[in-house]
Design a protein around this ligand. Structure first.
Ligand code: XIL
Length: 402
């Protein structure tokens, strides 16, 4: 099967996509289904039932985890099958883009809450938790911020932005990504911080200002530092973990309110470095700092792999399994979210115009992928440590109860 025969992307008519997928399914030895892919048809043609006790959210809950995914609000409004799949599989949602600065405050003081409100209303209707993503980031800033921010207004603009959003959603957000992607060793600073617009206008203290403002505006939300490149055993990732840990220790020393780390987990394939001891040590150190860990943006970019769907599926499943087997034993891990639930709507499409990405739990046709199985099986393998009751009275050496 040559999946390069037809390039498909989000704008390709469904019926064309279906034809490509049908040939892909034939390649993988699946049953061919030629009807228009309504959810009912999808369900019937599935070889495995992924609803109810078989859903990712159920497997996750059995191991004290939330499972969730990043959501595209346009698709949530327009694609019923997608909406149904989200509530079937997820116990937590996060907005992929619509809570970013550019989307939510495109003009100074003029907030666009419609999409975020819509996703949150959906989450609340179906009793799903909601993560907030993201308050302070160097990316996705509107032109008015990029062009007009100076050392004299930056602090005030930051505080106003965070207060407006956190106060609006006060008490309704499980966790906020307060600061996103603040490190960049290549920028050459001894503290490893990224030389971004916040650092240039406010100095390194911008990070703690963001956290303190968020805590005051929404005391119930778990406040998170979120970043990428913390996953594999390459020297670059090890260096990034070291920088993040130093930053976390410093924030703790300064009593900055921070509750969690978000490990994005955009896995790149192939990944010769693999996942292992460095990541384990990182998790142990985060536990010592009493920080929760969320896997916030799991997906696998398979576009560098050969154009062979079986091979890609096997590699995605292997990467998900190996990575999750390292992180899930850590008792501090409380949530796993994929960046998109289905390759029908994913940013991975932007990387690869020649074939459909396989690195999410569901494919274009909302059928479970090998990645789905890998995530489910990794959840099942998680051992939950029994809670050890705290001793009420401590015996001194030599002392006995009698
Ligand atoms: C990505 C979105 O998925 C894209 O649709 C958008 O064009 C760019 O941003 N790290 C993050 C996410 O924290 O916000 C990014 O999301 C992916 C990398």
């Amino acid at each position: 099967m040559r999946r390069r025969d037809i390039a498909i992307n989000a704008s390709t008519p469904l019926i064309t996509r279906r034809r490509v997928l049908t040939s892909a399914a034939a390649f993988a030895g699946h049953t061919l289904v030629c009807s228009r892919p309504s959810f009912a048809a999808t369900k019937q043609s599935s070889r495995i039932d992924v609803s109810g006790r078989n859903a990712l959210r159920t497997h996750a809950a059995a191991k004290h985890l939330f499972f969730g995914a990043a959501v595209n609000p346009k698709a949530l409004r327009e694609d019923e099958d997608y909406a149904r799949l989200l509530r079937q599989q997820c116990s937590m949602l996060v907005a992929e883009n619509c809570m970013k600065w550019k989307a939510i405050e495109p003009q100074q003081g003029q907030f666009q809450f419609d999409d975020a409100d819509f996703i949150l209303a959906f989450a609340e209707k179906y009793k799903l938790k909601m993560r907030g993503h993201t308050l302070i980031w160097h990316d996705a800033l509107p032109a008015w911020v990029e062009a007009g921010m100076t050392s004299s207004n930056a602090r005030q603009w930051m505080i106003a932005h965070i207060q407006n959003i956190c106060e609006r959603y006060n008490g309704r957000i499980h966790s906020w990504d307060v600061v996103n992607e603040a490190i960049r060793p290549e920028d050459g600073r001894p503290d490893g911080l990224r030389n971004n617009i916040w650092l240039r206008t406010m100095g390194p203290e911008y990070i703690e200002t963001a956290f303190r403002t968020a805590r005051a505006a929404d005391p119930a939300a778990l406040l998170t530092y979120n970043d990428w490149g913390l996953e594999d055993e390459s020297p670059q990732n090890e260096e990034r973990r070291r920088i993040v840990l130093t930053m976390m220790r410093r924030l703790r020393q300064r009593n900055v309110p921070i509750d969690a780390i978000g490990i994005q987990a955009h896995l790149n394939l192939p990944n010769p470095a693999g996942y292992g001891a460095g990541l384990q040590r990182f998790l142990a150190s985060l536990k010592e700092l009493d920080l929760q860990v969320f896997i916030t943006e799991l997906d696998a970019d398979d576009h560098r792999l050969p154009d062979n769907m079986e091979l890609r599926d096997a590699e995605v499943a292997k990467a998900f399994g190996q990575f999750l087997d390292i992180v899930l034993p850590g008792p501090a891990v409380t949530a796993v979210l994929t960046w998109g639930l289905t390759s029908r709507y994913t940013w991975l499409r932007d990387r690869d115009h020649n074939s459909t990405p396989r690195g999410l739990p569901f494919d274009d046709n909302l059928e479970p992928t090998a990645g789905f199985n890998a995530i489910r099986d990794a959840f099942d393998r998680r051992r939950i440590q029994p809670a050890v009751p705290k001793p009420i009275t401590l015996l001194r050496p030599g002392q006995s109860w009698r």
